[in-house]
Design a protein around this ligand. Structure first.
Ligand code: HPA
Length: 281
């Protein structure tokens, strides 16, 4: 049987046969963030279905393709469509693309997602940069025999959410007059939304956001030594109960799509700054 390492190499071989420039940045698009693709120039898109060993997204709101192109002149890989535990995949399957991105040369991975807001000060549409997480998913992506070529057996998680990058984004947001909050993301398995008591539990546990994705990918990104940044858009407020109302996928997409324009602006400036600073280093 092929090892995970060999499978990753096979996927990389296929992707590199189509696009061979190294991208040090990757952006994973969450629900309602698909418009990000339009801000990429010189695009080459590879449907997940063509890539050896990639799973295929089963959720309508998540298209499945890898897009490689340039953002403000910087090569980036966009994962348009991600996998979730609730789709029936294991956490190892969900995170396979993250392994592939690392092997392709990605050093910094930026995840985006839609999340419920359980910080009472959050409002619908708020953009939050995540500084920590609580993982309550039932399956761990690193469960099983560890391959040291991919990362250590016991990866430390303390510096997972790069503080320096958080500061850079906070300053950038300030200069652009963009409201950027910080928060802790709690991963629950879904696909049902939480009950009022579960949202309250999340708040008591110390979380600010609740969602059904991202954390397995973050763990694997950390395991493989990549810098990680996570942005959540508060698609619905859930705590206290007076802020809670019925949540639909249509409502989530509507709220997120609006704030996605602002997040896109923030990221564009981030990449523009990287390009401007590239000559200085
Ligand atoms: N709970 C879990 N996941 C979510 C939510 C929520 O309220 N909103 C968007 N994703």
């Amino acid at each position: 049987m092929e090892s995970l390492f060999e499978k990753v190499q096979e996927s990389v071989g296929y992707i590199s046969s189509i696009f061979n420039e190294v991208a040090e940045y990757a952006i994973v698009l969450g629900t309602g963030l698909g418009d990000f693709e339009k801000g990429i120039s010189g695009q080459v898109a590879i449907p997940y279905i063509e890539i050896p060993h990639f799973a295929v997204s089963t959720v309508e709101s998540h298209f499945g393709q890898l897009i490689i192109g340039y953002k403000s002149g910087i090569p980036v890989i966009i994962m348009s469509g991600r996998f979730h535990y609730y789709e029936g995949y294991s956490s190892a399957e969900i995170t396979f693309p993250v392994r592939v991105l690392k092997a392709l040369g990605v050093k910094h991975i930026i995840f985006t997602n839609a999340a419920g807001g359980i910080n009472p000060h959050y409002e619908e549409g708020d953009i939050v940069i995540v500084h920590d997480h609580i993982n309550l998913l039932p399956d761990h992506p690193l469960r099983g025999k560890n391959d040291e070529r991919l990362g250590p057996r016991f990866p430390d998680m303390l510096k997972t959410y790069n503080l320096q990058t958080i500061e850079i984004f906070k300053n950038l947001a300030k200069s652009l007059n963009i409201k950027l909050k910080t928060g802790v993301y709690l991963a629950l398995q879904g696909p049902s939304l939480e009950t009022a008591a579960e949202y309250r539990m999340g708040h008591i546990l110390g979380a600010d956001l609740v969602g059904m994705s991202t954390v397995p990918e973050v763990i694997v990104a950390r395991h493989s030594g990549m810098a990680v940044t996570v942005f959540s858009i508060v698609s619905n407020t859930c705590y206290p109960q007076s802020k809670l109302s019925e949540t639909t996928i249509e409502g989530v997409i509507k709220v997120v799509s609006k704030s996605a324009i602002t997040l896109q602006k923030l990221l564009n400036h981030y990449f523009r700054n990287i390009q401007n600073n590239a000559g200085v280093k």
